[in-house]
Design a protein around this ligand. Structure first.
Ligand code: GLN
Length: 194
C-alpha cells in the first residue's frame, strides 16, 4: 500500500493527515530528508509559504525534494503549497521550488475578501460542484505549455492546475469534508506505482 507523506513543518498538515486517514491511507508526517525517502507521494499543506520554504532550506530538504519530484514522485500543494511549487512569483519572497511551470501571486484577493467560498467545476472530479475554501489565497497568473488548468473561478482565473504528476490548488480541500481531490491525488500516486 502507498504511503502518503504530508510535509509537517508548518501549516495545516494535521487536517490533511486526518482526511487521508479517513480514506484509509497510510500517512507519514515528513519533517526530515530521510522521511522524504519513505513516501510515495507528498502533500505540501496550506500555511505560510515563506516559513515553509525557509524551514525546507534550514532542514536541508530542498534539493532532495526537488530531485525526488523531478524523478517522478507525485506532489500536491494546497494554497501556500501551491506557492512553494511555483516556478515564479510576482513577490520577491519566498524563493519557490520551481517545480511547476506556473506564475503565482500570493494573497491575490486583498484584505476585504481574505477568505471566501466558491463553487467550482473541476476536471476529473465527478458529481456536484466542489465547494472550495479560499483563505488569503494565491492565484495563478499564467501557465506553461505542459500545465493543464483543471479549475477556474467564474472570472476565468485558474485555481487548480496539473502538470504530469504534480497538482496545485489555491484552496484548501483539507478543510472540508469533501474528499474528492484527496482521492484524485491518491489516484495519481497509484498511477506512478503501477
Ligand atoms: N497567504 C499565505 C502565503 O502567502 C498562504 C495562505 C494559506 O495557505 N492559507 O503563504
Amino acid at each position: 500500500m502507498a504511503t502518503i507523506g504530508v510535509l509537517a513543518i508548518q501549516g495545516d498538515f494535521l487536517e490533511h493527515r486526518q482526511m487521508l486517514e479517513r480514506l484509509g491511507s497510510v500517512v507519514l508526517e515528513v519533517r526530515t530528508r530521510n522521511e522524504l525517502d519513505k513516501v510515495d507521494g507528498l502533500i505540501i499543506p496550506g500555511g505560510e509559504s515563506t516559513t515553509i520554504v525557509q524551514l525546507l532550506d534550514i532542514f536541508d530538504m530542498r534539493d532532495h525534494l526537488v530531485n525526488l519530484v523531478k524523478n517522478g514522485m507525485p506532489i500536491w500543494g494546497t494554497c501556500a503549497g501551491m506557492i512553494v511549487l511555483a516556478n515564479s512569483l510576482t513577490d520577491h519572497r519566498p524563493n519557490p521550488l520551481k517545480l511547476m511551470d506556473i506564475n503565482v501571486t500570493r494573497n491575490a484577493f486583498g484584505r476585504q475578501v481574505d477568505s471566501f467560498e466558491a463553487d467550482l467545476e473541476i476536471d476529473e472530479v465527478d458529481g456536484q460542484s466542489y465547494k472550495a475554501i479560499f483563505i488569503r489565497a494565491p492565484i495563478v497568473n499564467s501557465v506553461g505549455p505542459n500545465v493543464r488548468v483543471i479549475s477556474r473561478l467564474n472570472d476565468g482565473r485558474p485555481v487548480a492546475v496539473r502538470e504530469n504528476h504534480m497538482l496545485a490548488t489555491a484552496f484548501h480541500p483539507e478543510l472540508t469534508l469533501d474528499h474528492r481531490i484527496h482521492q484524485m491525488f491518491l489516484g495519481m500516486v497509484e498511477e506512478t506505482r503501477r
